[in-house]
Design a protein around this ligand. Sequence first.
Ligand SMILES: Nc1ncnc2c1ncn2[C@@H]1O[C@H](COP(=O)(O)OP(=O)(O)OP(=O)(O)O)[C@@H](O)[C@H]1O
Ligand SMILES: [Mg+2]
Length: 237
Amino acid sequence: MTTLRVSNLSKTYRSGEHAVRAVRDVSFEVQDGEFVALVGPSGSGKTTLLAMVGGLLTPTAGQIDVNGRDIAGLSSADRATFRRDSVGFVFQANNLLPYLTARQNLMVLKSIGGKRVGKAGERADLLLRELGLEKRARALATELSGGERQRVAIARALMNDPELVLVDEPTASLDSARGRRVVESLISEVKGRGKLGIMVTHDLAMAELADRVFQLHDGELVKATSVTAGAQPSSLG
Ligand SMILES: Nc1ncnc2c1ncn2[C@@H]1O[C@H](COP(=O)(O)OP(=O)(O)OP(=O)(O)O)[C@@H](O)[C@H]1O
Ligand SMILES: [Mg+2]
């Protein structure tokens, strides 16, 4: 059972005289088994919010409570442990290691982390199969299509069995049919495994695949919509 509770979260970037209030007093709650889309114009604070929830960036104010633990208040060593054990990230630039195979890209973190290494091969094979990549497991990352690379990145994010799966623009480099298949695989992995997913997207058609849509504007959460089957994009505001 995982609960993420974000309370009055803010982030102000400062460089010299200049201050950018990227995230302003944002609060929400998400449970495991839920998949949330985070939408909003460029510069509205989506990546900043995601990076704070994932323990990559320290908030200026507010709390991020994951199962009763305040992530914002952790030491940097404890935050690194939180990221390693509890968070799976998928970014737009999926950063696969180019001269390793799909399967080796899944295994590489395992051998660094050194945890349950023996089971890692089985888990990699299971995830590759579930994401429809079993035939591509031995292909080098450089030989994969964009959609295949994103599915490898999703599999890799799930290797550690994280509680939170955080995804930033996973389909920006894909056409809409391919992008949709990637997001559908992602959602089915996240929900099927009882995890909690947050996905940043510009694409309202992708956002509609989520259970709820959070909309940011100038750093503020202006709208949280439940998505019902058949909802029109215009209902997202
Ligand atoms: N490291 C930084 N230092 C200073 N300002 C930053 C930094 N990162 C982001 N910003 C600013 O904070 C605001 C929010 O940026 P953020 O990257 O979170 O937006 P976004 O919604 O993810 O945008 P996009 O859709 O273009 O990716 C923007 O005004 C941006 O210029
Ligand atoms: Mg962004």
